[in-house]
Design a protein around this ligand. Structure first.
Ligand code: 5GP
Length: 187
């Protein structure tokens, strides 16, 4: 049995691209400012409106590879042609202040299972694959080839849902938020 996260604990939320992790996590943090969301590094180009240091640390591939070599990441993975990683120091520093949430993809979640076995791992699933595709397309931010890569990867991620401590279906955002709070916030 897995215990629930509390201070000095790590929680991981994973789910296919387009499932609405970002929106759900934003709503969670609005209501629980004591939870720290890790800001990842990535080699992906910033989307419109994204800010360096707030949404991601946007790094060149050589710089990212240097950080890997220096052991700067708690976990890192390649996703849809880009590299993503969780800065180790940031997590370790913030763990002293409160629960830390990592919003990462499947390979990263698997690595965290090794480095932080006590982390509570949540999988966010779409109501259906068709709905996921509709959400990715309606975002309008990705090229057709990026969409195809993300959908292919989504199938692999969905197949791994059973590895997680809890699976939440993101049909209705507010409902998913209440369920997430129940999992993360000890009563
Ligand atoms: P996006 O490009 O849509 O912002 O993110 C693509 C995927 O990378 C998402 O599934 C997101 O959760 C994941 N991701 C973001 N940051 C990290 C990270 O630091 N490590 C890993 N492994 N995945 C990440």
């Amino acid at each position: 049995m897995t215990t629930q996260p509390s201070r000095d604990r790590v929680a991981v939320i994973t789910g296919p691209s387009g499932v609405g992790k970002g929106t759900l996590v934003r709503r969670l943090l609005e209501r629980h400012p004591d939870i720290w969301l890790s800001v990842s590094a990535t080699t992906r180009a910033p989307r419109q409106g994204e800010q360096d240091g707030r949404d991601y640390f946007f790094l060149s591939r050589p710089k990212f590879e240097q950080c890997i070599a220096d052991g700067d990441f708690l976990e890192w993975a390649e996703f849809a042609g880009n590299l993503y990683g969780t800065p180790r120091q940031w997590v370790e520093r913030n763990l002293e202040r409160g629960p830390v949430l990592l919003e990462i993809e499947l390979e990263g979640a698997r690595q965290v299972r090794q480095s932080f076995p006590a982390a509570f791992q949540i999988f966010l699933a779409p109501p259906s694959f068709e709905e996921l595709e509709r959400r990715i397309r309606s975002r309008g931010t990705d090229s057709e080839s990026a969409i195809a890569r993300r959908l292919g990867r989504a199938r692999e991620e969905l197949a791994a849902a059973a590895e997680f401590d809890a699976v939440l279906v993101n049909g209705d955002l507010e409902e998913a938020l209440v369920q997430l709070e129940r999992l993360l916030i000890p009563v």
